[in-house]
Structure formats: C-alpha cells, structure tokens
Design a protein around this ligand. Structure first.
Ligand code: 5GP
Length: 225
C-alpha cells in the first residue's frame, strides 16, 4: 500500500468533491489495529486522546502484559497486566501470547484472549506495541492494520524521553539507540502518521480516519488469532 508521509492517508487529502475512498454499502469488519512507533513518540498520549474522543464500544483497547516495574499512577489490568517473569514465561509457554518481546530489558506480550474477545464482540482490537512486536503480529495476522507513529524529528523524540524522567541514563541511551533503528523500518507499515508537537488530537483524528477507511475492506477481516 502506498503511504503519503505528509498526512498518513494513501492518496492524500485532495479536493473535497472526489468520491469516498470506500464503498459505504459494505459491512464493517472488526479490525486488529496496531499502533506502533518508537518509545517516547507519544503512543500513550495518542491512545488517551482516542479514548477522550469516545469510541466505545467500537474500539477496544487491549491490555498487554509486562514484567516491568509499575510506574507511579499505573494500575494493574488497566495500564498493563503486571506479571512476574515466571508468570509471563508460563503464559508464553502455554501459547497464550500472540507475540512476546523483550523491550528495553523487560518482557512485554500481547494476550490472544484480549484480542479474540474484542473481535468476537465486533469491536476493533487496538494494540499499542513496540516495533518488533508489531512485526510479529503482522506476520501471524496479515490482515492486521499497522499504523506507525513517527516524531517530527529524532531530536524531538529524545527531548520527550528526557522530559518524562521515567528512565535511568542507561535506559535512556538504550531507548534512543532503539528509536533510530525503529524509525528506519517505517516502510514496513500500512500507514505512517507524524505526531506533530502539541497536536495529538490531529494525530488521533488521522488514526480514526484510517480505521474508518479500512473497516469496510474485506481483506482486513481477521481470519484467526
Ligand atoms: P513502556 O515501558 O514505556 O510502557 O513501554 C515500552 C514499549 O513497549 C512501548 O513501545 C510499548 O508500546 C511497548 N509495548 C507495550 N505492550 C507491549 C506488548 O504487549 N508487546 C510488545 N511487543 N510491546 C509492547
């Protein structure tokens, strides 16, 4: 699929008299939507903005699992399903994770049950995962819609990571290095959206447009998870 890096929508904006890109008589399919991008790009803020805009019950945000320590303000089973390393590995061993990845020294994984549950109820399953995890999900579920969020520049991203003060100097350096590698992979995604400074609502709106455009495509119907 071609990607317009300016506004993240194939074919771009264009004049308003053009016919709609999708046939609105087609049924809506629940999608598996992966929102990915480097650490610090603002994925959490984007999800919060999407939640504020109110899509319930159409969107279901899948809670993922992690072995990382809980940060102040995070709630178990809401922010993440916080697990010990043995608990996490047992879940993975039992085949209950769609993907599992060690990110910045901690384990993260997507529970199959959360995704299935959303799709079975006709809701879009929204996943917020790292770049490697996104690639694994896409290889296992080719119908998944991959949206890659990028910063206006690598410098902006580094500033964000520093400002949030949640990482040690060593962790920060690791995340910076990973970000540069991850940004180089943006061509593997279906859509690329630039998260401009202070314009998270615009980013959320673009993501909604993309989902609205894709939800009627039969090729996006998830066969199995
Ligand atoms: P953080 O520790 O800052 O919450 O998250 C670190 C990275 O892990 C982020 O890029 C986040 O999107 C990603 N992440 C969260 N949940 C999962 C998951 O289930 N699988 C994978 N692969 N990455 C995840």
């Amino acid at each position: 699929m071609s990607v317009d890096p300016i506004d993240g929508v194939p074919g771009g904006g264009g004049p308003t008299h053009l016919p709609p890109l999708v046939d609105t008589s087609e049924p809506v399919h629940p999608l598996l939507v992966i929102i990915s991008g480097p650490s610090g790009v603002g994925k959490d803020t984007i999800i919060e903005a999407l939640q504020r805009r109110g899509h319930l019950p159409a969107y279901h945000y899948v809670v993922t699992c992690t072995t990382r320590a809980r940060r102040p303000g995070e709630i178990d089973d809401v922010s993440y399903n916080f697990l010990s390393v043995p608990e996490f590995l047992a879940l993975r061993e039992a085949g209950e994770l769609l993907e599992a990845n060690e990110v910045h020294g901690n384990w993260y994984g997507t529970p199959k049950a959360g995704v299935r549950d959303a799709l079975d109820r006709g809701r879009h399953a929204i996943l917020k995962i790292d770049v490697q995890g996104a690639e694994v999900v896409k290889s296992r579920v080719p119908e998944a819609l991959l949206i890659f969020v990028v910063p206006p520049s690598l410098e902006t991203l580094v500033e964000h990571l520093k400002a949030r003060r949640t990482e040690t100097a060593e962790q920060l350096e690791l995340r910076q290095r990973n970000a540069a590698i991850e940004l180089a992979r943006k061509d593997d995604y279906d859509y690329v959206v630039v998260n401009e400074e202070g314009r998270v609502d615009v980013t959320a709106e673009r993501i909604e447009q993309i989902i609205a455009q894709e939800e009627r495509r039969a090729s996006r119907r998830v066969v199995t998870v």
